[in-house]
Write a protein of this length. Structure first.
Length: 169
C-alpha cells in the first residue's frame, strides 16, 4: 500500500466514507508527487539531450512531459472531489516522491531513456497500487482515470524502450 501523505478531509460532501476519503486522498497525493517529479525529470532530460538523434528524442521527451503534466491537475482535482487536500509545496513533493532526482552535469542519451523507462515503470506500479485502494473503497471514477494513465505510462515505457534500443554511443 502507498500511505505516504497525511491528509485532512475538508472537501465537499461525498458518499465515500471518511476512511475512503483519507486512503484515496493519501494514495493520489503521493502519486501526484511522483508525477510532478517525473515531469520535471523528463523536462530536464528534454532540455539536455544531445547527439545524433537529438531532434527525435527532444520531441519524444517533450511529448511525454506534456502527457505527464496533463495528469497532475486532474489528479489533484480528484483528491479535492473526494474531500481531501493535496500537494501544497515543492518540499512536500520532495518528501513524498519515489522518483529520484538526476541533476548530473552529463547523462548519456541511452542512460536518460533507460532511467525514464524505469521511472515510468515505478509510476505505473504506484498507479496500480492506487487503483487497488480505489477498488477497495468503490471509487470507480478515480479507478477509471488511473486505468487511462496506466495505459499512457505503459506506452511511454514502450517508446523509451524502443528508442533506447537504437542508441549507440
Amino acid at each position: 500500500m502507498i500511505p505516504r501523505a497525511k491528509i485532512h478531509p475538508v472537501g465537499p460532501p461525498s458518499d465515500l466514507s471518511s476512511e475512503a476519503t483519507h486512503d484515496i486522498s493519501m494514495a493520489l497525493t503521493s502519486l501526484l508527487a511522483d508525477a510532478f517529479s517525473l515531469y520535471v525529470k523528463t523536462k530536464n532530460f528534454h532540455w539536455h539531450i544531445s547527439g545524433p538523434h537529438f531532434r527525435d528524442y527532444h520531441l519524444l521527451l517533450d511529448d511525454q512531459a506534456g502527457q505527464i503534466f496533463a495528469m497532475t491537475d486532474v489528479m489533484a482535482e480528484r483528491v479535492r472531489k473526494v474531500g481531501g487536500t493535496t500537494i501544497r509545496s515543492i518540499g512536500q513533493i520532495a518528501r513524498l516522491t519515489q522518483i529520484a532526482d538526476n541533476d548530473s552535469d552529463w547523462v548519456s542519451p541511452a542512460d536518460m531513456l533507460a532511467e525514464l523507462g524505469k521511472d515510468n515503470a515505478t509510476l505505473t506500479e504506484c498507479m496500480r497500487q492506487t487503483h487497488g485502494v480505489c477498488d477497495d473503497h468503490g471509487d470507480v471514477a478515480s479507478a477509471s482515470l488511473l486505468e487511462t494513465w496506466i495505459d499512457e505510462a505503459e506506452q511511454r515505457i514502450w517508446f523509451l524502450f524502443e528508442a533506447g534500443r537504437a542508441v549507440s554511443e
